[in-house]
Ligand binder design. Structure first.
Ligand SMILES: [Zn+2]
Ligand SMILES: [Zn+2]
Length: 188
């Protein structure tokens, strides 16, 4: 089976299951996710076959990619690599006169359903959709990341800041007051 860099549903009809694969670079602008600061290489590998419904096609594959994300707490770049398997059911787009509410219901129920109008599907578009789904919502450089000081904005992983010292002083000061009061009570 030779692999093409696009899916052609007509070939699936004529010759049975078709393999397709592609490797390309993606930029943050392609992905439209604020968490991504630098793109990387993407590889998509899949098999398209006939689905259970009429004119439905089943696309099953794997997407691998690397990117630099931003830590949601300290804003440092976080190298990220992901491999995810996916299944998408391509169904012919319901015609304009079809009940819109019905269409919305279908999309909400079956997240893996996509509508096609063209018998050819671009692998790049498909890979980008899958990456968007797999990028974590709140990436972290480390589960124990201490983030930024809410007062001065210093990165608390690298070094503390004067703000926390002040808080500490107040706390000790509070204890000191209590201790002094306790001692006074003892004396009296
Ligand atoms: Zn972090
Ligand atoms: Zn601070």
């Amino acid at each position: 089976m030779t692999k093409t860099s696009y899916i052609d549903f007509e070939k699936v009809d004529d010759y049975g299951p078709q393999s397709a694969a592609a490797t390309f670079a993606v930029e943050p602008a392609d992905l439209e996710r604020d968490e991504i600061v630098a793109g990387g290489e993407v590889t998509i590998d899949l098999v398209a076959s006939e689905g259970h419904l009429e004119r439905e096609y089943l696309v099953e594959g794997t997407v691998r990619y690397t990117a630099d994300l931003t830590c949601s707490r300290c804003l440092d770049p976080v190298p990220f690599a992901n491999t995810s398997d996916f299944t998408v059911r391509f169904r012919p787009r319901p015609n304009e006169t079809a009940n819109l509410a019905e269409e919305m219901e279908i999309s909400a129920e079956e997240l893996d359903v996509e509508f096609y109008t063209d018998m050819r599907v671009d692998l790049r578009t498909l890979a980008i959709e899958q990456i968007q789904l797999s990028v974590p919502m709140k990436p972290l450089c480390d589960a124990a990341c201490m983030g930024l000081c809410s007062n001065c904005g210093a990165n608390l992983n690298a070094a503390g800041c004067k703000c926390s010292e002040t808080v500490m002083d107040d706390r000790w000061g509070g204890l000191r007051d209590i201790r002094e009061q306790l001692l006074k009570k003892k004396d009296s």
